[in-house]
Design a protein around this ligand. Structure first.
Ligand code: GRF
Length: 215
């Protein structure tokens, strides 16, 4: 059973999708803990309702360094010995102090077809750029925001009258399929991570994963 710790900052709809795929048996994983930097994050309630420990690690006090904050995030997650650390709408920059605790084992979902539209308001960036296709990306996390190796992507059309909201909604529906599917690829051994954090993906299985979520 793949043990995961999920980091959130807000609504938690991706967490909800992960939990419901676990519940229906299509994702063979266990969410050991949900950690949020925001006490008011709605996703914390989802965790509690699923019987999962819901932990708040606040960024505050403001005078502590980003490095100290990241060390506390890592220490909190390490209590649960996760196989994989999942960032699902976690709105904080993670640093070496965090990443070195889980070499090659931190993944994130971003609402664009990376490497386009990194950072905040990716869907708005896509609408403003006039691109005809958008989507979401699950990728490994490194020290640069939204820049780690791409694991899988799902694509949606951008329609002529799309607003940021309508496009975000269309992408979100794909996120809720893509993220659990990628986590299941880890759970089933289609994607493996060596002890040193070196990553081996079975290319064929990921090709079919991408086709699945694009359909
Ligand atoms: C999603 O759009 C995700 O791609 C981005 O933040 C949002 C989180 O949404 N990283 P939710 O909290 O999972 O509903």
């Amino acid at each position: 059973m793949l043990k995961i710790v999920v980091f959130i900052s807000g609504r938690g709809s991706n967490l909800k999708a992960i939990l419901s795929h676990i519940q229906d048996g299509s994702l063979k994983a266990e969410v050991c803990a949900v950690i949020s930097d925001k006490p008011e994050a709605a996703g914390l309630e989802l965790a509690k309702n699923a019987g999962v420990p819901a932990i708040v690690v606040p960024r505050l006090p403001k005078n502590r360094s980003l490095a100290e904050f990241n060390a506390e995030l890592a220490a909190t997650a390490l209590n649960y010995s996760p196989d994989l650390v999942v960032l699902a709408g976690f709105m904080r920059v993670v640093t070496t102090e965090f990443l070195s605790a889980f070499p090659g084992r931190v993944v994130n979902i971003h609402p664009s077809l990376l490497p386009s539209f990194k950072g905040l308001h990716a869907q708005k960036q896509a609408v403003e750029a006039g691109v005809k296709f958008a989507g979401c990306t699950v990728h490994y996390v490194n020290e640069e925001v939204d820049s780690g190796g791409i694991i899988a992507q799902a694509v949606v059309p951008v329609l002529p009258n799309d607003s940021e909201d309508s496009l975000s909604q269309r992408i979100l529906e794909k996120e809720h399929k893509l993220f659990p599917a990628v986590l299941q690829a880890f759970a089933s051994g289609q994607i493996t991570i060596g002890d040193t954090g070196d990553i081996q993906q079975e290319t064929n299985s990921l090709v079919s994963l991408n086709l699945l979520v694009t359909a």
